[in-house]
Write a protein of this length. Structure first.
Length: 207
């Protein structure tokens, strides 16, 4: 789970056997940085599988206020390998569907209106479609139990939001911080503001 942001990370020597088994199974890759070995997830497909399995894994007990704060930040907004997840990721994906930009028709696809919306923000859907990676995939969010957008389009969207500063990396690994006043593409602002409003709404399940 710690490697779910897609970045390499060091690991304690006590976990070497466990990490070796994960590498043999094709779930992790590694590289040397100086005298230390760093590990990362092998692919986006591995990340999506881990995210899905997290739905049925028992929740880790919260033993301190710090752990509770970290868990809340991850549930609100986080990176899932290379795309946006958590309440904000789910809200944004749902709004793309409600506005008719993403169509769920025996599999997800981008509508002509969606192609225009992404292009207005600097993302060329047709170029992404010609790549080796699937254009868009539903990735079942472990905390919200609802899919968020993954695939090449999900990656491009997060990269664009990071580039314009609407999403920024925070002090908690994987958790991201949102900045509503960032200079986002004008065509994107209404939907992004709507996504923030929805993500910030009280959780009915908490009542």
């Amino acid at each position: 789970m710690a490697a779910m942001d897609g970045k390499p990370m060091p690991a304690p020597s006590a976990a070497s056997q466990h990490l070796r088994k994960l590498m043999e199974a094709g779930l992790l890759t590694s590289e040397w940085k100086g005298r230390q070995r760093w590990y990362r997830l092998a692919s986006a497909e591995v990340a999506e599988a881990v995210e899905a399995l997290s739905r049925i894994a028992p929740l880790a007990p919260v033993r301190s206020m710090r752990e509770a704060t970290t868990a809340a930040k991850l549930r609100y907004a986080r990176s899932c390998y290379d795309h946006l997840a958590g309440r904000i990721g789910v809200a944004l994906t749902a709004l793309l569907q409600e506005h008719g930009f993403l169509i769920d028709d025996q599999g997800w696809r981008v509508s002509p209106e969606g192609i225009a919306w992404f292009k207005a923000g600097g993302i060329d859907v047709e170029t992404l479609r010609r790549g080796r990676r699937p254009l868009l995939l539903p990735c079942l969010d472990w905390s919200e139990r609802i899919p968020h957008l993954a695939g090449a389009l999900g990656q491009a969207l997060l990269e664009r939001l990071l580039a314009c500063g609407w999403v920024r990396e925070g002090p908690v690994r994987r958790a991201v911080v949102l900045h509503a006043d960032a200079a986002v593409p004008p065509a994107w602002r209404p939907l992004l503001e709507e996504a923030l409003t929805r993500a910030n709404a009280p959780d009915p399940a908490a009542d």
